[in-house]
Design a protein around this ligand. Sequence first.
Ligand SMILES: [Zn+2]
Ligand SMILES: [Zn+2]
Length: 380
Amino acid sequence: MKALVYNGPRDVSVETVPDPTIERPTDVLVRITDTNICGSDLHMYEGRTDMEPGRILGHENQGVVIEIGDGVDRIKVGDHVCVPFNVACGFCRNCDSGLPNACLTVAPGRAGGGYGYADMGPFSGGQAELLRVPYGDYNCLRLPADDAEEKANDYVMLADIWPTGYHAVELSKFMPGESIVIFGAGPVGLLSAYTAVLRGATQVMVVDRHPDRLRLAESIGAIPIDDSKGPPVEQVMEITKGRQADRGVDAVGYQAHEPDGHEQPEMVMNNLVQSVRATGGLGIIGVYVPRDPKAATEDAKHGAIDFDFGMAWSKAQTIGTGQTPVKRYNRHLRDLIHVGRAHPSFIVSHELPLTEAPNAYEHFDRRDDGWTKVVLKPAA
Ligand SMILES: [Zn+2]
Ligand SMILES: [Zn+2]
């Protein structure tokens, strides 16, 4: 089959590789119809992880089941399925508690597995024609046959970024009638904003510096804040008339940088502490890593950042962190799409064949204007 292979920093190519096969009776084989390029793929693309050359990228995957193992009961050949980026067993202590993001059995030595991702187990990614899904009954979300194709670009957002955007809002302990400030208007930040709008926020403020992303934020009823035009904390103060936001989301992560490019991994966390009110909540969904060999400072190489914990503590803010348990949300969010109440595909800027993936990575990595979200279509 054809697949997008990671060769090294800013070097990916479409190669012919062996087809995946059913390796265990609980496996499902999916012919990929839709697979997104994610902002977190860029950490690997840029060489900011321990990703091994030769691996296939892609953790936001959707397609049609073409083969099932003998031990698969629920999923059938021909089903349209969206596959959560978490690879999880469904039977360990954490999966049992509704936290498949921290599955204890699939990736030896760590909590949580993922497709085509650094330090998340041996699983191949789905930016390819075929994908092997372990524990298929548990991991596949079935899509309604009557609109799976028509709404493919909406449903594929259930693999990661809409549940992730939703989880960020949950981590902040947001309640209807509150305000929220979201740092980062990439796909996750935009879908955090979309979630907050759907769930009845009074004010949704979105901080970014790219006009195309800020326009999308505005298009769903959020207030755009351009941090290249002035300190974002001051802008939040002005918009909230000095009250600060009730809740805040970090949808940027450890590669946070000033508008001039100067990297400062703690910048968004500290801006959140300042722009969220005392006893408010912070949802930290942007990726932070325990090892970052290319970091700007010695501390940051070991995941240590200069976080203003004193201010966060004295404001009695709550802080929620970590990857998303996609399965906690994807069924409900799928049904909102199915009945026409939600259209998360508003962020999609490009639908491209797999052969265009290397070029798409280049544009997305440069944050080129208009490249807000790429959906690859390997089966097209
Ligand atoms: Zn993703
Ligand atoms: Zn598990």
